[in-house]
Design a protein around this ligand. Structure first.
Ligand SMILES: [Zn+2]
Length: 194
């Protein structure tokens, strides 16, 4: 979230899917921080995203399910990314998604004009999971879930929405990770030729 402000050029995922991208980025590998460090920090993060009722407390079991959901969705996003594809991926983490989905609850509403939408505010973690998973399923049906990827900079590993026309995006932000890696590759190429 903080990062998104630092990088105004980054493109956001459409149709609410940015919430899933943000969820994958609750861990910051470079800063060594994790919004899923405790049930309280998870609740705060969900409130900040506007999807969770502040009146509800989360348990350690909710936090563990959040970690499992993040690991599973992250493994799928890594499969979408050329830098990590065909590396065997975390099949166990992906398999956990089905177990988690079995108790997830999706609440929908219809506006007066007949427009359907996911209920804005989840009251417990089953609803939070239902909300996240519904966004993933909608994105799969719309054909753009594969645009959610993981940054090719292995130190960063942030999830991002690949807005490129050819779906060939590799980095969370070209200015941040792309240029860094290009410079590193150029330096090692120079060394080879010396
Ligand atoms: Zn990155």
């Amino acid at each position: 979230m903080q990062r998104a402000k630092d990088w105004p050029g980054d493109k956001s995922a459409p149709d609410g899917l940015q919430l899933v991208v943000n969820f994958l980025n609750t861990v910051d590998h470079e800063a060594g921080t994790d919004a899923l460090a405790s049930p309280a920090t998870l609740a705060t993060w969900l409130e900040q995203q506007g999807v969770f009722s502040p009146a509800t407390e989360l348990s350690e079991s909710d936090r563990r399910r959040a970690l499992a959901a993040r690991a599973g969705l992250w493994a799928v996003a890594a499969d979408h990314s050329t830098a990590y594809r065909n590396q065997g991926g975390d099949r166990d983490a992906i398999a956990q998604l089905d177990t988690l989905a079995a108790t997830a609850v999706t609440t929908m509403r219809f506006d007066a004009d007949g427009t359907g939408r996911l209920a804005a505010t989840a009251k417990d973690f089953d609803q939070v999971l239902g909300h996240l998973f519904a966004l993933v399923v909608f994105a799969q049906r719309a054909g753009h879930w594969s645009r959610v990827k993981v940054c090719a900079n292995s130190a960063c590993r942030r999830a991002f929405w690949d807005a490129s026309n050819n779906r060939g995006g590799k980095w969370c932000a070209v200015r941040r990770c792309g240029n860094k890696l290009k410079a590193r590759t150029a330096r090692s190429a120079m060394r080879r030729w010396r």
